[in-house]
Design a protein around this ligand. Structure first.
Ligand code: A3P
Length: 287
């Protein structure tokens, strides 16, 4: 199926209509934030699911109940997805934890007024591309990626769900409300998960005991988290996500793009990256 059949355009970017129907986008636009809310913001395939595991465990100070009994999409719902409307989020006690793939400029009025805490997770865009390429091939609500070259042009031009990775990252890096945002990298979480749990805990005002930090990091390491059926998307029907083609928790490493890109694709990607990121002074771990 085509973009016209599977996607809608919301505030200038493609969103998958099946997950983000107009009534959900309206709900999200009218949503009232609280200052104590915690918002996980990502471009898709940058580590959203990982954070949906880590943050509730920090909030619960290591109590495993939420992550072992509630699917990630209800535990930390995406505000723009259709489930959000069904979960009585207004009645949840603080701190509520949400996720969104929205660009900074797509956030609603209440967000800019309340300035909830944001965890903005970034990942090497070449790995985001690689993870997306496999994911678009297995998720029926997304347009089939076609060849790697075809998908790369779509990725580089922002003709995929949630638009351009470059615009997403630049928009959130330029946010004025920096005091309420923690910028964190997938790569630093891979390199030092325990340190990352501590860092996120500190940002959220939780001083975790060392054994609790250890327990959280141990549960959230890829091979362990992959076993959690509340987080590995095994509860999703096969016709929606065919994990026989590619698992949702696929490899969980940094640098897998090296196994996928041809030399020509690497050059093409680098040229566009250099051009689009030329005015960005922020230092990324992959530069
Ligand atoms: P790969 O496809 O490269 O394996 P998102 O949740 O934003 O859709 O991102 C999905 C990517 O995050 C997938 O990348 C997935 O394997 C990875 N991921 C999820 N949980 C992880 C974990 N505990 N450790 C490392 N990577 C994880």
């Amino acid at each position: 199926m085509t973009e016209a059949e599977l996607y809608s355009v919301h505030k200038g970017v493609y969103v998958p209509t099946h997950l983000n129907p107009p009534e959900s986008l309206k709900y999200c636009e009218e949503f009232t934030f609280r200052q104590e809310d915690i918002l996980i913001v990502t471009f898709p395939k940058s580590g959203t699911t990982w954070m949906q595991e880590i943050v509730p465990l920090i909030v619960s100070e290591g109590d495993m109940t939420p992550v072992l009994t509630v699917p990630n999409w209800d535990r930390v719902p995406w505000l723009e997805e259709h489930r959000a409307m069904l979960l009585s989020l207004e009645q949840r006690p603080s701190p509520r934890v949400f996720a969104t793939h929205f660009h900074h400029r797509m956030m609603n009025e209440s967000y800019f007024k309340m300035k909830p805490r944001v965890l903005y997770v970034m990942r090497n865009p070449k790995d985001v591309f690689t993870s997306s390429y496999h994911y678009y091939g297995m998720a029926s609500y997304l347009v089939n990626p076609g060849t790697q070259d075809e998908f790369m042009e779509k990725f580089l031009h922002g003709n995929i769900m949630f638009g351009s990775w470059f615009d997403h990252v630049k928009g959130w890096l330029n946010a004025e409300e920096k005091a309420s945002i923690l910028y964190i990298f997938y790569e630093e979480m891979i390199a030092d998960l325990k340190g990352s749990v501590e860092k996120i805990g500190q940002f959220l005002g939780k001083s975790l005991k060392p054994d609790v930090t250890e327990k959280i990091a141990d549960h959230c390491v890829f091979k362990n988290m992959k076993q959690n059926k509340m987080s590995n998307f095994s509860l999703v029907p096969e016709e929606f996500m065919n994990q026989k083609k590619s698992e949702f928790l696929r490899k969980g490493i940094a640098g897998d793009w090296k196994n996928l890109f041809t030399e020509a694709q690497e050059k093409r990607f680098d040229a566009v990256y250099e051009d689009k990121m030329k005015d960005v002074t922020f230092k990324f771990p992959w530069d």
